[in-house]
Ligand binder design. Structure first.
Ligand SMILES: [Fe+2]
Length: 376
């Protein structure tokens, strides 16, 4: 199988993944879902305190993921082993458990600081034949005890919530898979040329920092990171004799090298639905365009060049200048910064260069102390 065929099959896998994602709400944040489910339960059951527990089967543990009116941090034991305590039992049996006159239930102290609880109602979160976790409610707000009616109500509500939770957990897993596949594609590219190892990751890191400093939304920053990490993916279609050449390229070789922009855009365009990757497609296509129209492949000028491509253009040039290649020693960070300043306006977006220089100044031009991204 050629590298390009392998890549195409990976792109097809990605497409399937994205189709699945489309079915789910892309704005889901798992932590918000845990809290939302718990808050709703507390309101309907009129509980005084509550916690939501998730069963992490592969790690053989049950973890408190959300709390209401009690801080998970203040709990004596926010993690249980499978089967431990009332929560563990409910998760194991799938049966709700109502304990009245709970003052003497010593077990409850293991999961919850509720030694003086009057009643404890624990219901499983059951969806698609799996028990995902449990919700534990402690005491009614009005001081009375939970009764069987509360138990029935809580069970019904937990069943409905569990379905939403199941979808969110699935989305979260798919999202993590997507991120790791994007990384894998970039690493597959970098692995072809040991001299540029880590280039995609570093460019993505610089681009993300620029986006953050520009105060772009967190989601936009992630999109930028994704676009930046894939910016050179088209190089996978460039022959080794050109890609790994250690001396300068002649004119015809350079022309072939330049096609990596269009190849990259074509590869990423194969991913359906396109909207997830439109900015990555544009970035792969236009990251070598320059402000004065001297770039390639379309000789776009100024703001005709998409914002992400202008950002990646700066990050890419900086990394190329500061990395040791066989044909060049690599400049110091200060020298590369001076070069960006010298070319700003003509080759690079001046505002983006200024922002990047600020970032460099803030870390005293020392890449070792360069801030890490929180993008992925
Ligand atoms: Fe490139």
């Amino acid at each position: 199988m050629t590298t390009i065929t392998k890549l195409e099959s990976k792109v097809k896998e990605l497409s399937k993944l994205l189709e699945a994602l489309k079915e789910l709400n892309a704005a889901i944040d798992l932590q918000d879902i845990y809290q939302g489910i718990l808050d709703q339960m507390v309101m309907i059951a009129e509980a005084k305190e509550a916690t939501l527990w998730v069963h992490e089967k592969e790690k053989n543990r049950i973890v408190a993921k959300a709390s209401c009116r009690v801080s998970v941090d203040s709990m004596p034991m926010p993690t249980l082993t499978t089967g431990e305590g009332i929560v563990g039992k409910v998760i194991q049996t799938g049966e709700a458990e109502l304990i009245k006159n709970a003052e003497n239930v010593i077990e409850s102290s293991a999961t919850y600081p509720c030694l003086h609880a009057k009643s404890i109602l624990t219901v499983p979160l059951h969806a698609k034949g799996q028990i995902l976790g449990a919700i534990q409610l402690v005491d009614k707000e009005n001081g009375s005890q939970f009764d069987n009616r509360d138990r029935e109500l809580a069970v019904i509500l937990a069943e409905q919530s569990a379905l939403a939770l199941h979808n969110s957990q699935m989305y979260d897993e798919l999202y993590k898979m997507l991120v790791s596949m994007i990384r894998m594609l970039a690493e597959a590219l970098d692995a072809r040329d040991p001299l540029t190892k880590g280039h995609s990751e570093r460019v993505a890191r610089y681009a993300w920092l620029i986006g953050k400093r520009m105060k772009l939304d967190a989601e936009v920053c992630f999109e930028l990171y994704q676009a930046a990490i894939l910016h050179d993916i088209g190089k996978i279609g460039i022959e080794d004799r050109i890609l790994r050449k250690t001396t300068g390229l002649n004119e015809s070789e350079y022309e072939l090298m330049k096609t990596h922009t269009e190849i990259g855009a074509r590869i990423l365009s194969a991913i359906q639905p396109n909207r997830f990757f439109q900015k990555s497609i544009d970035t792969a296509m236009f990251h070598h365009e320059r402000m004065d129209g001297s770039g390639y492949p379309k000789q776009l000028k100024g703001e005709e060049i998409p914002l992400f491509a202008r950002i990646v253009g700066v990050a890419d040039a900086f990394d190329a200048m500061t990395t040791v290649r066989t044909y060049s020693e690599g400049m110091s960070v200060r020298e590369a910064a001076a070069e960006l300043i010298r070319c700003k306006g003509r080759l690079f977006d001046p505002d983006i260069v200024d922002i990047f220089i600020e970032i460099l100044e803030n870390c005293s031009y020392d890449l070792q102390t360069f801030p890490r991204t929180g993008a992925v």
